[in-house]
Ligand binder design. Structure first.
Ligand code: GNR
Ligand code: NI
Length: 179
């Protein structure tokens, strides 16, 4: 398994709509495994293929406290949802940014698993929120899209500033700058 690089907002590739997976083959299983490795290695509770620049309908989720309950959802669909509430969300593509988003607290999901077989599952609370967040990624949607343009602009500026500071501190530390 490989830990992959995660695209960060406002990278335009995060806006790509993912294509359905026609057949769950070795490449798709490898992708699911790499998504899990990348998610666990980044301390996330979910990850969509879109975030690693692969535009196919595959997401992974693990909201268990011990990080030992991986769920692979291929071609996921929400077939029922209820009880919408505001909840705070974060995203590995927007490091350090958190905002309240309205989501269904209960969803029923139909998907295919890592072996390609179809199944349905009920999810509530954080798991339900996370699945909706990951499915948004497959549509090229991010949680900041639910906020006002003013808030989005503030977030873009904050992320740009943090990236600038990250690159300055790496220049200071890099031996190349000491010449
Ligand atoms: O790690 C993550 N935490 C999180 C918290 C609240 C709502 C959604 C999430 S998903 C996020 C990982 C991520 O960016 N998945 O796309
Ligand atoms: Ni995300």
């Amino acid at each position: 398994m490989t830990k992959l690089a995660i695209l960060e907002y406002p990278d335009p590739r995060l806006r790509t709509k993912a294509a359905p997976v026609a057949a769950v083959d070795a490449t798709v299983r490898r992708l699911a495994d790499d998504l899990l490795e990348t998610m666990y290695g980044s301390r996330g509770i979910g990850l969509a293929a879109t975030q690693v620049d692969v535009h196919r309908r595959v997401v992974v989720v693990d909201v268990s406290p011990e990080h030992d309950r991986p769920v692979v959802l291929i071609n996921p669909q929400i077939i029922a949802s209820e009880s919408h509430k505001l909840c705070e969300e974060g995203c590995l593509s927007l490091p350090g940014i958190y905002a309240n988003v309205e989501r269904a607290q209960k969803v029923r999901v139909r998907a295919q698993g890592r072996d390609g077989s179809p199944f349905e599952m009920d999810a509530e609370g954080l798991a339900a929120i996370c699945i909706q967040h990951e499915m948004d990624h497959l549509e090229g949607r991010l949680f900041v899209d639910y906020l006002s343009e003013l808030k989005r602009q503030l977030i873009r500026r904050r992320l740009a500033k943090e990236r600038r500071q990250r690159s300055v501190s790496s220049e200071v530390r890099s031996p190349a700058s000491a010449t």
